[in-house]
Design a binder for this molecule. Structure first.
Ligand SMILES: Nc1ncnc2c1ncn2[C@@H]1O[C@H](COP(=O)(O)OP(=O)(O)O)[C@@H](O)[C@H]1O
Ligand SMILES: [Mg+2]
Length: 265
């Protein structure tokens, strides 16, 4: 039996836009359990990233927030970057092109763990080895453009876990990658959360990936939580028509490519 790590209670988020308020989440309530792998799935624009940003406290200033996010663990709300690591879809945008890999991966350790320059560099090498980047000793002195997309995502993950967070949020972290690299990054995330005893919140539009990786799946559609449950129940006995529709077609929600239902594990 897992403990509740975080309670999301009637969370609504609306963005102020020149055209008026745009509702991105409508009264969403769910619990996040300590140590679980929770997949957030739904079509593009359904509010998945808004939820990820709300959990990390990184929503932009134009976001109007109602409801509550209550962290039930000991101490105060977790600090983004230290207690919650986040990895985004495009590692190109989260990595700074003019800083070395070592500086970027070591930054979290310097800032949150108070390590000096040398110790942070050693920590960066250790983290790069942990995300299985080849030749970590050389990599610390290299720049982002010297790596492939999959390698950059490994580097971004190393930076996200530098301060030893208890929660890792991956927002479409594998979506921009080739299928094989996608599977490798998914396996890496699974391994990291298991060995680091982290809670993984995994945003994806790929229900097949969610089914194979997650303990529980939350299904979103146009700003609302459609249903949430054990991955097995969601896949085998979905309650909502929308989830059944997703499973029946198993569409990769952001592209017109159709994938056979046999791919759903
Ligand atoms: N900063 C913003 N300003 C205005 N609208 C936004 C902003 N960020 C997201 N949105 C809108 O909110 C809705 C939910 O977006 P998002 O959470 O990014 O969805 P998802 O991650 O599921 O694709 C979308 O309609 C999107 O266009
Ligand atoms: Mg998104």
């Amino acid at each position: 039996m897992r403990n509740i790590l975080c309670r999301v209670e009637r969370l609504s988020v609306a963005y102020r836009t020149p055209a008026g308020m745009h509702s991105a989440l409508k009264s969403v309530s769910l619990d996040i359990m300590a140590g679980e792998k929770l997949a957030i799935i739904g079509e593009s624009g359904s509010g998945k990233s808004t939820l990820a940003l709300a959990l990390t406290g990184l929503l932009p200033a134009e976001a109007l927030i109602e409801g509550e996010i209550v962290w039930t663990g000991p101490g105060s709300a977790p600090l983004p970057g230290r207690d919650i690591g986040i990895v985004f879809q495009d590692p190109g945008s989260s990595l700074n092109p003019v800083l070395t890999i070592g500086e970027q991966v070591g930054e979290g350790a310097r800032h949150h763990l108070g390590l000096g320059r040398r110790a942070a560099r050693d920590k960066a090498i250790e983290l790069l080895a942990r995300v299985r980047l080849p030749h970590p000793e050389q990599a610390v002195g290299a720049y982002p453009h010297q790596f492939s997309g999959g390698q950059r995502q490994r580097i971004a993950i190393a930076a996200a876990i530098a301060a030893g967070p208890s929660v890792l949020i991956a927002d479409e972290a594998t979506s921009a990658l080739d299928t094989i690299v996608q599977a490798e990054i998914a396996a890496l995330l699974e391994d990291l959360v298991q060995t680091g005893q982290m809670t993984l919140i995994f945003v994806t539009h790929d229900i097949g990936l969610a089914a194979s990786l997650a303990d529980r799946i939350a299904v979103f559609r146009t700003a609302e939580l459609v249903e949430i449950g054990d991955a097995g129940s969601i896949v085998n006995t979905p309650q909502a028509g929308y989830t059944r529709q997703l499973l029946a077609t198993h569409i990769d929600l952001d592209s017109p490519r159709l994938v056979g239902a046999s791919d759903v594990r």
